[in-house]
Design a protein around this ligand. Structure first.
Ligand code: FAD
Length: 335
């Protein structure tokens, strides 16, 4: 079937807008991507993400219907981005919290229990530190700055016209795809912000091959290895739209978590401690909201899943524009 070429303006070059741009341009549409900030990624939630592509671990708290889309998302990243790190991920717990590990195991799929000896093979620097772990072999990760830069250049290569430092209503385009994140709240009254704090630290004293989640009573605490000894330690999940500095309590919990995983993290340099706001709908399910008979489509509410579900939401919108049956991630009106 030949696709009818449409002129499409996308607002916002965060992870959702970039995936829309690449997918719609590759589908044959004329795409213009307009980003308000003058510098790429200067004012988006996406640059703060750990970029864990963790469909199974996220399923512990996410609505059940998201699991199949999350699995599609990780597969799409593996196909698309050659630098995705497909080393799996690990969940560990302090000896006193081993019943938490059993509970996590019962609530998730796609893992196997590994002994302390197997854990030491997977992560030699953790040898002797934890007696058991859950290994999620199919999960993946990537450093956020590199993944976003790759998508931006893929959009350019696909012929997308990219404009920074502008806002636009999209007038003149056949279709506007609105990916403004939390800035779209005026049009999406149920959208809320969920604060996430994270630390970037650097050390050569610890080497990890994959994300580690340390079960913690108050936050999903994880350490994601990026490049050159940099680790992203995240992240709080706080019902607040405050983007101000990280609290002492959160800093203690994040950095204390890293220290509990390996004491050598105590000597790491703190490169950055900051907070962002994740856009979320009340049910924490990201979706495409169609308005004006399809002339305006909001893609938003990515919550903790912007990277994981970005490719799936882009396919959802491309299919809708091509008149294919709508996925349950697409709703008319709503939001
Ligand atoms: C600490 C933390 C850790 C996270 N970890 C992960 C993770 O490991 N995996 C995962 O999948 N997700 C993770 N997330 C969630 C993820 O970051 C978000 O789901 C995602 O960034 C939302 O993307 P977005 O494109 O909707 O919004 P944004 O990234 O905020 O992008 C919106 C863009 O729109 C632009 N804009 C605003 N107004 C206008 C306008 N009028 N015209 C044009 N442009 C405009 C903004 O400048 C911005 O660049 C994490 C989030 C946080 C805070």
């Amino acid at each position: 079937m030949t696709v009818q070429t449409r002129s499409i303006t996308i607002l916002g070059a965060g992870i959702l807008g970039l995936w829309q741009a690449v997918t719609l341009a590759r589908a044959g549409h004329r795409v213009r991507l307009v980003e308000a900030s003058a510098e790429p990624f200067a004012d988006c939630a996406s640059i703060l993400a750990g970029v864990m592509l963790a469909p199974e671990r996220e399923a512990e708290t996410a609505p059940a219907m998201l699991r199949k889309y999350s699995l599609e998302g990780v597969a799409a990243w593996r196909d698309f981005y050659p630098d995705v790190r497909a080393n799996g991920s690990l969940v560990i717990a302090a000896a006193r919290d081993l019943d938490e590990l059993d509970r996590f195991s019962a609530r998730t799929e796609g893992h196997r229990r590994v002994s302390g000896a197997e854990l030491a093979q997977l992560e030699p620097d953790l040898a002797g530190r934890f007696g058991t772990a859950l290994f999620f072999a199919e999960e993946a990760h990537a450093p956020a700055p590199a993944a976003l830069a790759f998508l931006l250049s893929a959009a350019q290569e696909a012929g997308v016209e990219i404009v920074f430092g502008e806002t636009s209503s999209g007038d003149g385009a056949d279709i506007v795809v609105d990916c403004r994140g939390i800035a779209a709240r005026d049009d999406l009254p149920t959208l809320r912000g969920v604060r996430g704090e994270r630390a970037l630290i650097r050390t050569r004293e610890v080497s990890l091959n994959r994300p580690l989640q340390l079960l913690h009573p108050r936050l999903p605490l994880y350490i994601v290895p990026w490049d050159d000894g940099v680790y992203m330690v995240g992240a709080t999940v706080i019902e607040s739209e405050e983007r101000g500095p990280v609290s002492v309590r959160s800093a203690l919990e994040l950095l204390g978590g890293a220290y509990a995983v390996h004491p050598a993290f105590a000597e790491a340099e703190i490169l950055d401690l900051c907070a962002g706001v994740r856009p979320a709908f009340p049910d924490n399910v990201p979706r495409a909201v169609v308005r004006e008979g399809g002339r305006r489509i909001f893609v938003n509410g990515a919550y903790r899943h912007g990277f994981l579900l970005g490719p799936v939401l882009a396919r959802t919108v491309a299919d809708y524009i091509e008149g294919k049956p709508a996925s349950e991630l697409l709703v008319e009106h709503g939001g």
